[in-house]
Design a protein around this ligand. Structure first.
Ligand SMILES: Cc1cc2nc3c(=O)[nH]c(=O)nc-3n(C[C@H](O)[C@H](O)[C@H](O)COP(=O)(O)OP(=O)(O)OC[C@H]3O[C@@H](n4cnc5c(N)ncnc54)[C@H](O)[C@@H]3O)c2cc1C
Length: 500
């Protein structure tokens, strides 16, 4: 239990994404005088909302999973998520397309998925049951012993449960090898392991512990916050405002001035501020390389160059003036040659000819996002970071992708587009200062997990902290919120121990 600090010190939080909003609210509750400095004109960061002609787009996340993490945050304010926004459980959870003419629905009722897996291969249902039972154990271990713990040195990794039970469950094996032990068919393998791409990794590069996402998906279910992710952003921002957090939008931090190993001043395009404590939740690389003098960087350019950077995203936001018949809220098209695609994502970067495609049509569940009779669609293709991204190419690529999506949909909608926006690497660089235009920070390889992710506190600047998806636990909204919790706890502990 953390004691209340309540000493009114000035904390500046850089960034109003999920980690910035969450940590600011928690720190204000402890009595700190908290101001968020955000470069953009709205909150949400990667999860910002864009509105056009009556269509309301979540520009980033759309899968609302691991609800426990959101509940844990709200609980600390004596609140529940449902005090701020309404959620529904999607059923079916999503639709998968293998090639152009074959699709299956993954259902909310896990028994129906077990029946489906029986049609894929002999004893497929039984195998899925065993797989999910293991995934659940991994999830429980991760939640209890891994996600909500911080890692400062190798000794912190020596948790008995994590090591002993983890070894038994084979959490450190490569995910593809682990999945191969359970299933024979590509269909089954893809459905239980595709999730890892969305935390910025691939089955051959990530540890099997991420198969816990299959439990999150099939046992805990896919939920949707009414109004979209923007409703959660607004809710967490409100938690903070109710605790006295101030937010300055259109305020980009350009420099952190350090004296005697302490950050003293923040320079922005909108004024200078004296700080007692700084918590940077913006892109970590930018925070270290662009905002700090060389001698105050914990991680220099050499460090970043060696890292496996998570994919960027090619994103198409479409407002249609007609309804679609064959898509659910969430839809996946899995391309046939996965190995080639993952190779193009991580090993030999190039724009993929035949990528996997994620198509979300949230207006299937939520008419509040669209004008009457319309449909809202976001198409997401994960692509390697640091690729050349020019407007003319984005348009060319659109023609290919849209043709594919129309074929999968089994209907044409190109002529019904009334709103269209395409973004990729340059958007992530310009809007978020993202390293190499990554959408998702650092890939979740074993060597970039826990202690091997950049830390929540600078080793060179005494009162400078970090949170967000680059740090432990990593990529995704729930875990970005957990990283905020860990950074907040560290600040409170350091203040209590008179270290800052
Ligand atoms: C397309 C896409 C789809 C995704 N889908 C999902 C999903 O379905 N489910 C899920 O859980 N997660 C998903 N994610 C991941 C999730 O969105 C992120 O992990 C999470 O939102 C990261 O939050 P954050 O606070 O760490 O970073 P950010 O959201 O990037 O917030 C950082 C903030 O800092 C600001 N900033 C940066 N530099 C400065 C500066 N110098 N001065 C002032 N402000 C600055 C930025 O403008 C930004 O607002 C998705 C991400 C993307 C991009």
């Amino acid at each position: 239990m953390i004691m209340k600090v309540n000493n009114g010190r000035k904390v500046f939080v850089i960034g109003a994404g999920f980690s910035g909003l969450s940590s600011a609210a928690l720190l204000a509750k402890e009595g700190f005088d908290v101001t968020i400095l955000e470069k953009n004109d709205r909150p949400g960061g990667r999860a910002m909302v864009w509105k056009e002609k009556g269509y309301s787009f979540d520009m980033g996340p759309s899968w609302y999973m691991m609800i426990e993490a959101f509940e844990k945050l709200f609980e600390q304010f004596g609140k529940k998520p449902e005090d701020y926004y309404e959620t529904i459980r999607l059923d079916p959870s999503y639709r998968v397309f293998f090639g152009e003419n074959e699709s299956y629905d993954i259902m909310d009722d896990v028994n129906k998925n077990i029946d489906l897996f029986d049609t894929f291969e002999e004893n497929g249902g039984e195998k899925l049951k065993r797989f999910l039972a293991r995934s659940q154990k991994m999830y429980d271990i991760a939640f209890e012993n891994f996600l909500y713990r911080d890692y400062w040195n190798v000794r912190d990794l020596l948790d008995r449960t994590l090591i002993v039970d983890g070894m038994k469950l084979k959490i450190f094996t490569k995910l593809n090898k682990y999945v191969d032990k359970f299933f024979d068919t590509q269909k089954a393998k893809k459905i239980v392991s595709y999730h890892v791409a969305f935390v910025g990794a691939s089955p051959p590069t990530s540890p099997a512990v991420y198969s816990m996402l299959a439990h999150v998906d099939m046992n805990l279910g896919i939920w949707y916050p009414k109004g979209g992710f923007g409703a959660i952003v607004d809710a967490i921002m409100k938690l903070g405002l109710e605790e006295g957090v101030q937010i300055k939008f259109n305020t980009e931090v350009t420099d952190i001035i350090v004296e005697d190993d302490n950050a003293k001043k923040i320079i922005t395009n909108n004024g200078k501020f004296d700080a007692d404590i700084i918590l940077n939740t913006g892109d970590y690389h930018h925070g270290e390389i662009k905002l700090l003098d060389k001698k105050y960087r914990t991680y220099d350019e050499k460090y970043w160059k060696k890292k496996m950077i998570a994919p960027s995203s090619y994103l198409v936001y479409l407002g249609l003036n007609k309804k679609l018949n064959n898509f659910l809220h969430h839809n996946f098209y899995f391309n046939s040659d996965w190995d080639k695609y993952f190779n193009q994502l991580f090993e030999n970067p190039e724009w993929p000819e035949d990528p996997s495609i994620y198509i979300t049509v949230p207006s299937q569940s939520d008419p509040s996002l669209i004008p009457p009779g319309g449909e809202l669609m976001t198409i997401l293709v994960l692509v390697s970071p640091d690729l050349e991204d020019e407007e003319s190419f984005r348009e060319e690529y659109f023609d290919k992708i849209i043709e594919k999506v129309e074929t999968i949909a089994g209907e044409s909608f190109k002529d019904s587009i009334v709103v269209k926006r395409i973004v990729a690497h340059e958007h992530f660089k310009d809007t978020f200062n993202a390293y190499k235009g990554t959408a998702l920070s650092l890939a979740h390889t074993l060597r970039q997990t826990a202690i091997f992710r950049p830390k929540h506190k600078s080793e060179k600047v005494n009162n400078l902290y970090y949170a967000g998806m680059y740090s432990h636990p990593g990529v995704g909204v729930p875990v970005s919120i957990i990283s905020a919790q860990l950074a907040y706890e560290k600040i409170v502990e350091d203040v209590k121990n008179k270290l800052v």
